[in-house]
Design a protein around this ligand. Structure first.
Ligand code: TMP
Length: 202
């Protein structure tokens, strides 16, 4: 079972993932918690490149996309696929849907570039994707309250509106995999909805 968690900044992904992780541990399931970009030592170095703010040189959108896929390829080969082969539950904080939302919708890259990368390098998609949705303003004020902003968090609200619309589009196209979770509700209510999704799907 491969479950990914998606959403714009500050929607409460980390809190939910920890909760879901505990839920599987309590059920005595072998479960790993991982994230993108990142998830291996090398992929975490690429994550740092992607998130760090460097005013000396602007990162081109294509470069950003390729770095994300370099990290993803390493993460899939070294962590996700071996864990799934061992029958473990894999919980990933983001996966390919983020690339559609951020790089295609947010940055405006062509969908065909992403499709080529997915077809070539992504042999396994999540079984369930939980998309935590909340108005951009709500999430961004939470993200700002966390402290220094990374390269993505520094983007304008209009960028995140496009990202949110990207997730909405994916949800409309693939409702059998991508579930929308109302992240404006309490942690308790969000977790309850997620459990209902698991029960209906498992
Ligand atoms: P995080 O803050 O949720 O850990 O994610 C790091 C940032 O990376 C977040 O702002 C979204 C961005 N990102 C992309 O732009 N494309 C991707 O494919 C992934 C996985 C993340």
């Amino acid at each position: 079972m491969f479950i990914s968690f998606e959403g714009t900044e500050g929607v409460g992904k980390s809190t939910l993932i920890k909760r879901v992780h505990e839920y599987f541990l309590e059920k005595n399931k072998e479960v790993i918690l991982t994230r993108e970009p990142g998830g291996t030592a090398l992929a975490e170095k690429v994550r740092n490149l992607l998130l760090q703010v460097d005013d000396t040189e602007v990162m081109c959108p294509d470069t950003e996309l390729l770095l994300i896929y370099a990290a993803r390829s390493q993460h899939l080969s070294k962590v996700i696929l071996p864990a799934l082969r061992d029958g473990k539950v894999v919980l990933s904080d983001r996966f390919t849907d983020a690339s559609f939302a951020y790089q295609v919708k947010g940055r405006g890259l062509s969908k065909s570039k992403l499709e080529i990368l997915n077809q070539t390098f992504v042999e396994r998609m999540p079984d369930i994707t939980l998309w935590l949705d909340a108005p951009i303003e709500v999430g961004m004020s939470r993200a700002r309250a966390r402290g220094q902003l990374d390269r993505f968090e520094k983007e304008k609200l209009s960028f995140f509106s496009k990202v949110r619309e990207g997730y909405a589009e994916l949800h409309r196209q693939q409702p059998q995999r991508i579930y929308k979770v109302d992240a404006t509700r309490s942690e308790q209510e969000v977790f309850k909805q997620v459990l209902e999704i698991f029960e209906s799907k498992l």
